[in-house]
Every structure is written in structure tokens, then in C-alpha cells.
Design a protein around this ligand. Structure first.
Ligand code: MN
Length: 375
């Protein structure tokens, strides 16, 4: 039995992970669940999966959780505490920069990490990959694109390849002009065409910032230069990414878009899980591919610049983006205010300071204050 801890168990990836575990009841034991404040759902999960440890980071919410046959961690250190319990795999599905420090704690503790938290590698990639390497710990990608690349590499991240071809659905506003997009609101974006995701990721998908963050993650995970990562818009989300060898041969991973597939790949690694999903039916399947439009989606251009810069630049971009997406979700700003203000933050904050967890958290805080004040 593999013992699993899930950070962010009530979110989109967390609940889908529990869906997968429900299908593999004899192979996985849920030993820990962590959430921020969704006590109602957490309670149901506790009843069903009977974890030994539970973490609730919102202290007030934690008080609403009836006592049970588990150890409860609450407050600011709840999730960090849960990162130090015995387990075989820790799935980090937290949303936002909150996910970075738990990853570092778990790596120091020697735990294999299934990573669904984007900000871990976006902000702290160089620290995290070094820590993983020094401690000889695997970071298993859960995001569909990185899982696809990993699978194309036959789970061997050190294989020498020429290029990564990272596919993008194009988001809700794909194919529209700048003029059409400029007045579209968050609720329009939330009708996302192919994937079922949380609100923040859906907006990031509409701005293509999501793909920019994924370029930075891929750069760290597979030790590639961002110029060797090409983005290909593929609206059907059937090809989840590809790798290219120097002789021009391209290998891709295909399946219907369902996050439960990459989740089960990570959980079952190094084995292959049993049949859970219907394989593709090629009858009636037509696939389209186009290049990404950096002019209409400036967030992606910013992210590619930032990827090349490394250091604290990705943290500045990410913090500004997180704040701006929240404002866009509340209908307080317009679509292009997101990219305009991310650029302002990047111009204002120096990113030359050394990359440490402290500096990441400090810059993250300062940039958020700057965005809140300027809007
Ligand atoms: Mn993705």
C-alpha cells in the first residue's frame, strides 16, 4: 500500500485525486488531508478515507471540524506539520505561492512529491530542483503537459532531447482579436472549452499566463532552456505535449482531456496503473494546431522573457498575476489590465537579489502590496 498525503484535498486536483484513489482502494492509503477552510467537504473526505492526520490552515475554520480519530494540525504551521508525517508520496495541489514552502519542507524530509502546485517551480525552481537532486528525491509532475513530457521521455528526465513542444488549449478567448477581448469579463472566461479547472487556472488559461508558468516549470523539471520550449496551440487538448529529438523525430502523449489520467500516472509511478479511462477513439477525431499569438496574449510574452531572466523575476510576475487575476475575477479590472500591471511590477521591482526562500516571500509580499495600492 502506498501511503498518500494530499495538500489541497478540497480543491479541483485534490478531489480528482481522491476520485482516482477510490478506484485503486487496495493500492493507496490516504494518511493525510489538508485544506484551507472547506470544512464541509473535508469532513466527508475524512469519513470516507479515514486519514490519520488532518491539517486546516484557517484556524477559525478548524474550530468547526468535529473531533475524530485523527491528529489535527491547525493554523499557520498546519500544512508544514503535515509535510513531516511518514508517507510514500505527498501530492501538493495547493494553489498559489503557499505551495512553495511545503514542497521544500517535504523535500528536506525526504518525501517523494507529486507536484500539481505551479508556483513551487515558477518561483523557487532553482532551489527546489537542487534540493531534490541533492537529496535524491523524485518530483513527479501532475500537470497534464509535464506528465505528457515525462511519459514521452519514458519517465527518464535526463534523456537528451532537442526540444519540448508544449501544447496549449488556447483558453476561452482563443481566436478572438484584441478588440473583441478587451471588454470580456471573467465570467466569459470561466466557460472554458476543454478542461475542468479551478477559477484562477481558468483565467490564467484565458490570458495564456498558464502556459507561460508551464514553460518555466518545464524548464526546471526537464532542465531545458526556454528557447527550446515551443508553444503550440491545440484547441482539442488531445495531444498533451510532445518531445523532439535532434533527428527531427517527435513523440507525443495523447488521451482525452481528464486530469485524473496524469494524477494516476504520478500516483502509480514507476508502475502503470490499470485501465481507468476510455482510450481515444480515432473515428471522428480531427486535431488542429497553430502557433501562439503573443501580440493578443501579452502575458505569455512577459512569461517567456521572465523565464529567460530567472532569479526573482518569475516571483514578481507570479505575485502580480495572482493579485490581478483575483481583481479580474471580481470584475474590478479589465483583461489587458492584467498584463499591463504585471509589466509595471516587473519594471518597478529589481530582481537581482539572490534566490532564497526569504527573498521570494519578501518580494512576493511587496509586489502584492504594490498591486493592491496601485489599483
Ligand atoms: Mn496544464
Amino acid at each position: 500500500m502506498k501511503r498518500v498525503v494530499i495538500l489541497g484535498s478540497t480543491g479541483s486536483i485534490g478531489t480528482q485525486t481522491l476520485d482516482v484513489i477510490r478506484q485503486y482502494k487496495d493500492e493507496f492509503e490516504v494518511v493525510g488531508l489538508a485544506c484551507n477552510s472547506n470544512i464541509l467537504l473535508l469532513q466527508k473526505q475524512i469519513q470516507e478515507f479515514k486519514p490519520k492526520y488532518v491539517a486546516v490552515s484557517d484556524e477559525k475554520a478548524a474550530q468547526r471540524l468535529p473531533k475524530g480519530d485523527f491528529t489535527l494540525f491547525d493554523g499557520d504551521l498546519a500544512i508544514t506539520s503535515l509535510c513531516t508525517v511518514e508517507c510514500d508520496i505527498l501530492l501538493n495541489a495547493l494553489v498559489g505561492i503557499e505551495g512553495l514552502s511545503p514542497t521544500i519542507t517535504a523535500l528536506k524530509f525526504g518525501t517523494t512529491i507529486a507536484l500539481a502546485n505551479k508556483e513551487t517551480l515558477v518561483t523557487g525552481g532553482d532551489i527546489v530542483m537542487k534540493l531534490a537532486k541533492d537529496n535524491n528525491i523524485d518530483i513527479l509532475p501532475v500537470d497534464s503537459e509535464h506528465s505528457a513530457i515525462w511519459q514521452c521521455l519514458d519517465f527518464n528526465k535526463d534523456k537528451k532531447i532537442d526540444k519540448i513542444l508544449l501544447t496549449a488549449s488556447g483558453g476561452a478567448f482563443r481566436g478572438k482579436t484584441k478588440d473583441e477581448i478587451k471588454n470580456l469579463r471573467a465570467q466569459d472566461a470561466l466557460k472554458h472549452p476543454t478542461w475542468n479547472m479551478g477559477n484562477k487556472v481558468t483565467i490564467d488559461s484565458a490570458t495564456l499566463m498558464n502556459k507561460g508558468l508551464e514553460v518555466i516549470e518545464a524548464m526546471h523539471l526537464f532542465n531545458m532552456s526556454p528557447k527550446d520550449i515551443e508553444i503550440i496551440v491545440h484547441k482539442e487538448s488531445i495531444v498533451h505535449s510532445m518531445i523532439q529529438y535532434k533527428d527531427g523525430s517527435i513523440i507525443g502523449q495523447l488521451s482525452y482531456p481528464d486530469m485524473k489520467l496524469p494524477i494516476q500516472v504520478a500516483l502509480n509511478y514507476p508502475k502503470r496503473g490499470d485501465y481507468l479511462f476510455s482510450p481515444l477513439s480515432f473515428k471522428d477525431l480531427t486535431l488542429h494546431f497553430e502557433t501562439a499569438d503573443l501580440e493578443t496574449f501579452p502575458c505569455l510574452k512577459i512569461a517567456l522573457d521572465v523565464a529567460a531572466k530567472r532569479g526573482l523575476a518569475p516571483t514578481i510576475m507570479n505575485a502580480a498575476n495572482e493579485e490581478l487575476v483575483q481583481l479580474y475575477l471580481k470584475d474590478k479590472i479589465k483583461f489587458y489590465d492584467i498584463s499591463d500591471n504585471i509589466q509595471k511590477a516587473l519594471d518597478k521591482f529589481a530582481s537581482e537579489d539572490s534566490l532564497t526562500l526569504f527573498n521570494i516571500q519578501r518580494v512576493d509580499y511587496d509586489v502584492r502590496e504594490f498591486i493592491k495600492k496601485s489599483i
